[in-house]
Design a protein around this ligand. Structure first.
Ligand code: GAL
Length: 420
């Protein structure tokens, strides 16, 4: 009898502990891996702060590797993934960067159950769900929508220099000499990847949305006359940029515009996040924006997402992380600081107390424009193409030969299976 009593006691203590643990949620360490360090950090840090409130027993390790567009982080991630040491969750662009790299290699967990449980099949736009899915599953949770093709400037400065916001690259090239004569850099440019970033806006303007899409579905060759023409215009645009570009981060290129030493900059709208959250500028006054020349009506999108790698050490804590970042609540914490709009349709994007005028205008364009995907930020082409595109760009920068560069781009496209 005594034995039975103590067994009942032990069992009830065990059950109590289990339900306590369930009530307390996940515990242990959660390593979140991204390139949102320093100036890029506040949005992620705010989301982590909320996560820690909801999951007080989890110790979050915010592992960042500095470098815009993930130039350094992606290499570190590759080493870790291949070495069997995945972080619990990592930043990856929706689209081919996710699917063509980690999904084809069977390194990600299918998140369909999470999407179903959270009602996310209806909460995200279908086009975005398509970017993160294959027939076998859904592979990441999008936290935002960023726009690649944005032109930034300071309205009062343009007035001072007597120039208008260029509606096309031809307009821009026409005011380039005026700005140079005024001692102003017409277009601020930064390190390598920002050169590719500029290229994708120039290409979109020359090819249009259909032509741009055609590069990735193989219906438009890189050697077609209009694709060769992209390089000609691009070369002329480059002649209107600063000579020290290679040594500047994207933030430093933005600083040139804000500080009045450059007139324009083409950058994704994380630049709005930087100018508002870090520099404290007021949208519309401290800085203005327009679609990159010749791309009005087209929204070149990219989406930052986080996934659950196979073998994550703290899967429960990672699932709780994904649950928060995919939720409308999480997205409304993150995006106003980041310069992006919520991917979750339940986000409160019309709330002017949360989302500033730039973000409201981005949301309106997202809802009404033709949507295409970014090359540089992982949406349209596999990593093999994106990384080899650096070599293609190098050929152009050293030779300025549009035809030779176009031929190299076509060879890289074929190697990567684009258009095959
Ligand atoms: C992009 C990323 C943005 C921002 C930017 C600059 O690839 O999607 O969220 O971080 O790089 O680093």
């Amino acid at each position: 009898m005594k034995k039975l009593l103590s067994l009942v006691l032990v069992l009830s203590v065990m059950l109590g502990a289990t339900s306590l643990a369930l009530a307390q949620g996940p515990s242990g360490e959660l390593e979140i891996f991204s390139w949102w360090a320093g100036d890029e950090g506040p949005a992620l840090e705010a989301l982590i702060a909320r996560y820690s409130e909801i999951n007080p027993n989890v110790e979050v390790i915010n592992a960042t590797v500095t470098g815009g567009s993930g130039v350094n982080a992606k290499a570190v991630l590759k080493t870790r993934m291949l070495g069997g040491d995945p972080p619990d969750s990592f930043q990856v662009h929706a689209g081919q960067e996710l699917i063509g790299t980690w999904v084809v290699a069977d390194r990600m967990e299918d998140l369909t159950p999470l999407f179903e449980e959270q009602g996310w099949m209806e909460a995200f736009p279908q086009g975005l769900l398509d970017l993160i899915s294959t027939d076998e599953g859904i592979w990441s949770v999008p936290v935002n929508i960023h726009r690649s093709n944005v032109l930034w400037f300071v309205p009062s400065k343009l007035e001072e220099w007597g120039v208008e916001v260029p509606a096309s690259w031809a307009d821009f090239l026409a005011i380039c000499p005026t700005l140079k004569e005024a001692g102003v850099t017409p277009l601020a440019l930064g390190e390598n990847w920002t050169v590719n970033h500029l290229w994708e806006s120039v290409a979109l303007s020359i090819l249009g949305a259909d032509g741009w899409n055609g590069l990735w579905d193989g219906s438009v060759s890189f050697t077609s006359p209009e694709a060769v023409a992209v390089w000609d215009t691009f070369g002329q645009v480059l002649d209107c940029t600063n000579e020290d570009a290679a040594s500047l981060s994207w933030q430093q290129a933005t600083d040139m515009v804000v500080g009045g030493t450059a007139a324009f900059n083409v950058m994704g709208d994380w630049a709005a996040g930087y100018m508002v959250t870090t520099l404290g500028l007021v949208p519309g006054e401290g800085f203005g924006w327009a679609a990159a020349p010749g791309t009005d009506g087209v929204f070149m999108m990219l989406s930052d997402s986080f996934g659950l790698p196979v073998g994550a050490k703290n899967r429960d804590a990672a699932l709780a992380w994904l649950t928060l970042l995919g939720s409308a609540e999480g997205q409304d914490i993150f995006n106003p600081l980041k310069g992006s709009i919520p991917a979750n349709l339940g986000g409160d994007v019309t709330n002017g107390d949360l989302y500033n005028p730039y973000l409201q205008s981005a949301a309106a364009d997202w809802a009404s424009n033709t949507i295409v995907g970014s090359l540089v930020h992982g949406a349209v082409a596999p990593e093999s193409f994106t990384s080899n595109f650096a070599t293609v760009m190098e050929i152009f920068l050293t030779s300025r030969d549009a035809t030779a560069t176009a031929n190299a781009a076509q060879a890289v496209a074929l190697q990567s299976g684009i258009g095959a």
